[in-house]
Design a binder for this molecule. Sequence first.
Ligand code: MG
Length: 177
Amino acid sequence: MNLRPAIFFDRDGVVNVSPPRELRYLRRWEEFHFIEGMIEVLAEVKAKGYPMILITNQQGVGKGLMSLDALQEVHRAMQAALGDNGASFDGIYAATGLTGEDVRRKPSPRMLEEAAREHGIDLSRSWMIGDHDNDMRAGAAAGTGTIRVQGLKEISVASDFRVADVPALRRLLLELL
Ligand SMILES: [Mg+2]
């Protein structure tokens, strides 16, 4: 099989605005807000022919704060909204278990490796985009390049690139892809 490079995206803080502290997890579509400009970025990546894979830790399910159905409903609605803009994800991988129990959770590279098997992806030519140290760790462990979207999270892990906002991410991707 001819393996292709792909772009992996973290969800909260990259695709959508991270849930506020008091909410902690997005349980309903009404609470999901795309980060301004991100739908356009996703549409551009897709138009260039790269598979786009969402890689998200959602232990709110494992904690019993939301059901798996509710998580999947949010993702269905997200995909519908993205699909209207030619920007839907080709795969969605969510680790719903608890820290210390769920071996698929980032910083583990497992979800990226699953996606690589299921979508015929060459990890060494792929990129992981995230706003957390664990996104960078997961990408590096999987062998992808790493792009850090600077948010409010403390940075203690190196990445190949760091961007301050969505316009900067867009410019970088136009260069790289
Ligand atoms: Mg995040």
